[in-house]
Ligand binder design. Sequence first.
Ligand code: MG
Length: 709
Amino acid sequence: MNNLTTETRLTLLYILIAFAFSVAMRMIWFYQFNGNEAFMFNNQLMINTNDGYVWAEGARDLLSGVSQEYDLSPITSAISRITAFFAYILPFSFETVILYIPVFLSSLVVIPIILIARDLDNLELGLIAAMFASITWSYYNRTMMGYFDTDMLNIVLPMFLLWSIIWAIDTKQDKFLLITAIDILIYRWWYPQSYALEFSFFGLILLYTLIWDRKNLYNYKLLAIMMFAMINLDGFIRFPLILVAFYIFKQEKYQKYIYYILALSVVLFFYTGGFNPILSKLKAYVFTDVVKIGEEGLKLHFYSVMQTVREAGHIPFETFANRISGHTITFVLSIVGYIYLAYRHKIMLFAVPMIGLGFLASVGGLRFTIYAVPILAFGIAFLITEVSRVMPSKKLKYLSMIAFTLAIIYPNYKHIESYRVPTVFNSEEVEILSELGSIADREDYVISWWDYGYPIRYYSDVKTLVDGNKHLGSMNFPVSFMLTNSQDASAKMARLDVEYTEKAFSISEKNKTLPISERVKVSTNIEEMTKDYGFSDTNDFLLSLGTDIKLPNKTRDIYFYLPYRMLNIYPTVSMFSNIDLMTGETKPPAFFYVSRFFKENKNILNLGRGVLFDLQKQTVKLGNQEVPVKRFVQTSYDKDMKFQKEVKVSNPMADISIIYMSSYNIFLILDEKSYNSLYVKLMILNEYDKSLFEPVLSNMHAKIYKLKI
Ligand code: MG
């Protein structure tokens, strides 16, 4: 260490301090939840983001060397590969690795921040900005412990890119040409949508070169090598290309060819389709189509997931400011500070694309705010160092620095302390899935709503029909139909949809090897079924499921995973199949109401939201309408988890039933169609058709049945 300069030693020290601080703050969540059995599996806390399970599936398959056809496991994704690598070399359990990996990778953001500050000859600025940015509200939310998703490097990598661009422009050292290009390679590998930021950085450097520094050959080398890194070819081709370019750039005799090389890189970029993603983004903005209707064939109308996600709408200023800086005042001062910083150090203008992307949040959704976090952290940190610089004594200088830093960190610390995100699943849901994994084959399908798709595939190592990425209206329709319709029709639909899904995969796989004219066109499963069974109206086909139709050959087993928590989203699940596919008209919504808070008063049971159950008359008042109750059912589990049920029918012709699930202490008020649905019959009433289903596993939180047909 002796031959390091004081500045380098201080840089390393500050990086260590900021890194340790970032890790320590992320451990708060661990200590809040650790030891709570409901959140643990394999003696470790589980992760808290649904998408994390798909990357975990990919990493698990990489480690075990399993690769299956059409299982959608992302074994080629960068995040799964890195995770598998760490799980392989580290002496910790896989569950531990996926829990901690966001903590350590996201904390790396402190390194480029401090290195950029070093270029500005203001290391204190770097330390303050790094500590602040690493734990600020939205950055914390998307990189906290257990938030196992690509976000953990999505800011780190562009910050390294910004650092190498700033150092390249400032120092004109050759090595930064190579570092910048490699940064782009890694960033693109990690996050294929990174082209937007890369292209903005490229544009800014071009602008800077043309206006202020046109004569400097170095800038053209930088632009050319960035372009080579961005062309639309595999990384294994781009990497040697970059090395060749770098080698040529370093030779004195080739300097006169630089412009030609730049021209070549631009031609290659466009020729390989490097500009296409940007072009298609622009097109998507110009032509936004809301309703998705098949263009050929039956022109079926499907319900779209976007329709169920609440409109992004207007984001209040305070929310926006909190996400970026933790507090409105900090946010305003950060902007002032950044403007002042960019005025004093023009080089910081290269950070504008990241602020721009962050401010896109006001139209594109809150997830974008994290891009602005580190840049505005520079703003507020610069103000702090400038104010403390004019303090009369050295002691006051440092005291004020510490006081101001604590003040801006405090609201973010309070946020972290209160942000107690639960794990995606609880331990009982996971135990049953993990047990299913030892029963089911990995080629078998488990049917459940798409929200549960990734965790099911991770814990049970099976296939699913829908998941966090595969949930178009046409894919959700059959699953929604199965969960909310009669056992008989649902069982047939399950066999049909699974076999049609596999068939569609193999057709599209075969298509890849055929010339375009010979490719077989496949539309949605439901349309294919309708046509194969000789109908031109999907409604007629759906009705035929109630009759004795011939099913396709069984290639594998099918299981139903029915979690208790789906009660909360049953009305949403039902919407996806409660639509006339031929006309797009939605049918009247299912009546399905869950009451958790109720009180009895003189034979009237108040179930909340204007729902009153008259125990004497056996009627229920829904708002100002009073209807008879068909049956009242009470379910319970005894000490040995044996299921008990009592059914009292009072008005056989009525439509509404009431179920009291005494072990959960909740009431269900539901119509006859919901009462007879597969979900209610199998999960809540244990009334399964023995010729169609076989119970496999169950506990208070979930039930699993096997399809017999
Ligand atoms: Mg698998």
